[in-house]
Design a protein around this ligand. Structure first.
Ligand code: SP5
Ligand code: ZN
Length: 348
């Protein structure tokens, strides 16, 4: 397990959902309960090491990364914590294609307008620790890549904030930098000809899909609750999204109905693993969200600890090195055990 204390620095302070400020579920306590569970299961901890910004810029636009680095200071400088009393960066105006009507996207002068420039929702707030934590999460994923490249069969990175909803230049869904995509690209840069990302978070991996959509060297397979049944990210994650150009056929979405339990979910995971096996990658990134669990407040899937254990076993059985990165998972009483069960499956 790769660990960084800096991943605890991100304190979003809630989220704005349908216009209402709610407490939010992507809290630092998530990582503390995961750490406690994995310590109990005697997984050795390895500290994350700094990798610099270059591997981040290999999958993200520099303008997004610069914005994330500066957004909070700009918000404070504009006085928003005092007037109107908003302590976190949150957007109010979004430059959708319909607004721009084909005219060029400019960088707005006002901090409150810039807040909508790179973020596609109102749930993904920026505080003073957000950028350091996001970089620490990427560093944890990159440290896991180093270990796998040096011969470790499977390494888990305790990434927080999560990352799979971030595209090349847009963040959201409680994510800021796409840790899984950064890891996958680093594995390619380390010399693998092909890598695959298997995403078993309850939500569609829209960011990872987007980053690799036209790429033939990275297969993305995502098992998730059907966006067509009314679930985040709503606009993406449908089965007919199969890649484009040279990447046609290298994207697999496996949307599942609300209420799907172990049997249906594992059958979809099996389908994803079979596609990965056929793709024949040199390494796999497992986007390990455990919010498909039955008790999770953010999804209607009903997967058990045993389900996560079996899913991870299927991934391990591919026989290629695995970098697992933490994505979602929000039910604090069961979160640690779910991750431990998955890592148990990966090691077995
Ligand atoms: C990484 C990840 O799992 N991101 C998930 C983001 C999806 N959030 C959707 C939020 C909907 C508002 N939450 C209200 C909870 C009511 N049970
Ligand atoms: Zn999720």
């Amino acid at each position: 397990m790769v660990w960084s204390d800096d991943c605890l620095l991100h304190v979003p302070g809630g989220e704005v959902w349908v216009g209402v400020h709610t407490p939010g579920t992507e809290v630092a306590e998530r990582l503390r309960v995961i750490r406690a569970s994995l310590a109990e299961a005697c997984h050795p901890f390895v500290p994350a090491t700094a990798h610099g910004v270059e591997p981040v810029l290999a999958v993200h636009d520099a303008a997004l990364v610069e914005y994330l680095a500066d957004a909070y200071d700009g918000w404070v400088a504009a006085g928003f914590p005092n007037d109107p009393g908003q302590l976190r960066v949150v957007g109010y105006l979004f430059p959708t294609p319909g607004l721009l009507s084909g005219l060029p996207l400019r960088t707005p002068a006002a901090a409150h307008a810039r807040a909508g420039r790179f973020c596609y929702d109102t749930m993904t707030l920026i505080g003073p620790g957000t950028y350091p934590a996001a970089r620490a999460a990427a560093d944890a994923a990159l440290t896991a890549v180093n270990l796998v490249v040096s011969g470790a069969p499977a390494v888990y990175a305790a990434c927080r904030p999560p990352g799979h909803h971030v595209t090349r230049d847009a963040f959201g869904g409680s994510c800021y930098l796409n840790n899984a995509a950064i890891a996958a690209q680093a594995l390619l840069s380390a010399g693998h000809d092909r890598v695959a990302v298997i995403d078993i978070d309850a939500h569609h991996a829209n960011g990872t899909q987007s980053i690799f959509y036209d790429r033939p060297d990275a297969l993305v397979a995502s098992v998730h609750v059907d966006p067509g049944a009314g679930w985040f990210p709503h606009y993406l994650g449908f089965a007919d999204e199969t890649g484009q150009g040279a990447g046609l056929g290298a994207n697999l979405n496996l949307p599942l109905p609300e209420g799907t339990g172990d049997a249906g979910w594992l059958a979809a995971v099996e389908q994803g693993v079979a596609a990965v096996s056929h793709f024949d990658p040199g390494a796999v990134v497992l986007s390990l969200g455990v919010d498909a669990a039955a008790d999770d407040p953010e999804s209607p899937l009903r997967v058990t600890e045993e389900g996560y254990h079996s899913a991870a076993r299927k991934v391990a059985a591919l026989g290629v090195p695995v970098v697992a990165v933490q994505e979602g998972g929000y039910h604090l009483p069961t979160l640690g055990r779910l991750v431990a069960a998955a890592l148990d499956g990966l090691g077995g």
